[in-house]
Design a protein around this ligand. Structure first.
Ligand SMILES: *[C@@H]1O[C@H](CO)[C@@H](O)[C@H](O)[C@H]1NC(C)=O
Ligand SMILES: *[C@@H]1O[C@H](CO)[C@@H](O)[C@H](O)[C@H]1NC(C)=O
Ligand SMILES: *[C@@H]1O[C@H](CO)[C@@H](O)[C@H](O)[C@H]1NC(C)=O
Ligand SMILES: *[C@@H]1O[C@H](CO)[C@@H](O)[C@H](O)[C@H]1NC(C)=O
Ligand SMILES: *[C@@H]1O[C@H](CO)[C@@H](O)[C@H](O)[C@H]1NC(C)=O
Length: 416
């Protein structure tokens, strides 16, 4: 995501008071969600999302998705701990020329540097460190696309930094708003793309009194064609989303209004955001399963990426000032894991119902332990008129989000 002017305009236009007031009539949890959603709206104007189900289910499904081989037979890559690793990051804000301003935490005054000196250690095995040459060999001749909100973008930016340590990529394409982007690595004929989609499904923002309202009408049964049209030609798709569902949205199927979330209207049912999540992922994955022109390579669903506001919410002085990870079981909630498992259930369904290959990048557990990995106050908040607001949603580069690409490398190696 970019923290550029369009986003700050969104911020000012946004009726945050309305959200706050609405929120009070909901449970605290929902209020928290609403607040999170606004935050993400602003930052992500570039975006992301959740649900709750039992933890054991999550573990089962993730094991399923990694299809381990020989030595790592039983190893679930997504359950583990962060352990100290003084080797640090593969790159710095000097060595990565494409590092986005908003994630360049060092440049914006972050002084503690130890938060990059950790690596993800699955309980039952080692996760190999990302190697640009190895990764490029795996994806030789292929096209890989990240599809989703600003956190999908954040992972693409991390991968770009990691790969650019080996080869300078060619900047091939950028749309007017820098939401769709293409990079190319000539040595291995590898194409890296990002497709922006707030909801994965078709959505229109309501215009009220001539200005964008921040309220959306979502067609839960219709895929967002902006990314779907671009899918043929993509070999590896990494799909994600959730955060944009924490806001006032209206849900339709077959063109009929079913209800809404974070809403307050007498004649419309408040269904809650969890109503939408499984339907949205089902729609997206079904589209991929049914798409005749689309490659049969592999689709990965990257699960919910938790935010870490403490001592308030984004607009009430909430921040994220920790400088080291938590340990397994110490942070996070069933609620966060549950959002991941809703997504995983839909991946299982897609596997059963179709012939394409699906997997997950189950990052929720690992990232629940990384309250120290966000920009906090260290992003360009002054430049865009948001001085004093912390970003505890996105992830610093370099930072723990780089581990998502260690995981991606491991999963592609196994699946490919
Ligand atoms: C640093 O990396 C090397 C080679 O990959 C490895 O052998 C070593 O154990 C690592 N050091 C630490 C402190 O993890
Ligand atoms: C990189 O981060 C350091 C702080 O760690 C900062 O002093 C420097 O200005 C940053 N450099 C660039 C090119 O962003
Ligand atoms: C690059 O990969 C694409 C897709 O596999 C292929 O069609 C094309 O011929 C390749 N180009 C080169 C220069 O190898
Ligand atoms: C639209 O503008 C009119 C006139 O300024 C005002 O009365 C009305 O409350 C506004 N509606 C909304 C939804 O803001
Ligand atoms: C609900 O009521 C409002 C105000 O009376 C009206 O504008 C709207 O069209 C109604 N919506 C539905 C789905 O009936």
């Amino acid at each position: 995501m970019k923290f550029s002017h369009p986003i700050s305009e969104n911020f000012h236009n946004y009726k945050k008071e309305r959200y706050m007031n609405t929120g009070r009539s909901f449970s605290f949890l929902l209020w928290l969600l609403a607040v999170l959603s606004i935050f993400i709206f602003i930052f992500l104007s570039i975006p992301n999302p959740f649900t709750v189900t039992p933890q054991e289910h999550l573990t089962q499904s993730t094991t399923l998705s990694t299809k381990p081989e020989k030595d790592d037979e039983k190893c679930d890559l997504f359950v583990g701990n962060w352990i100290p690793d003084l080797n640090g990051s593969l790159y710095t804000n000097w060595s990565c020329s494409t590092i986005p301003n908003s994630k360049n935490c060092g440049k914006h005054g972050r002084k503690d540097v130890d938060f990059v000196n950790w690596r993800w250690k699955p309980d039952g095995c080692e996760l190999p460190r990302f190697e640009p040459k190895t990764f490029l060999r795996i994806v030789q001749g292929k096209t890989l696309a990240f599809i989703g909100d600003s956190i999908a973008r954040n992972q693409m930016e991390s991968l770009l930094c990691l790969l650019s340590q080996d080869e300078t990529p060619t900047d091939m394409y950028k749309d007017a708003e820098d939401r769709f982007r293409t990079w190319y690595f000539p040595s291995q004929n590898f194409t890296l793309m990002v497709f922006w989609s707030k909801f994965l499904v078709a959505a229109e923002e309501r215009v009220i009194n001539g200005s964008l309202s921040g309220i959306f009408d979502l067609h839960l049964d219709k895929v967002d064609e902006k990314w779907a049209n671009k899918l043929p030609g993509v070999d590896y798709a990494i799909i994600s989303d959730v955060h944009w569902f924490f806001r006032e949205n209206y849900y339709y199927e077959g063109g009929n209004l079913l209800g809404c979330a974070f809403c307050n209207e007498e004649n419309v049912t408040d269904l809650g955001f969890r109503f939408a999540l499984p339907r949205v992922f089902r729609t997206a994955l079904k589209y991929i399963n049914d798409c005749k022109e689309c490659s049969r390579e592999l689709t990965l669903l990257r699960t919910f990426s938790p935010a870490h506001f403490e001592n308030g919410e984004w607009n009430t002085g909430g921040n994220c000032k920790r400088t080291s990870p938590r340990t397994q079981g110490e942070g996070g909630t069933q609620w966060e894991l549950g959002l991941g498992s809703i997504q995983i259930e839909e991946v299982e369904r897609a596997r059963k119902e179709g012939h394409k290959r699906f997997g997950v990048l189950e990052v929720t557990r690992a990232m629940m332990m990384r309250p120290d990995g966000h920009p906090g106050l260290h992003w360009n908040n002054e430049e865009i008129g948001m001085k004093g607001f912390s970003d505890c949603v996105h992830w610093c580069l370099p930072g723990p989000i780089d581990a998502w690409n260690d995981l991606l490398q491991a999963v592609l190696k196994k699946e490919g």
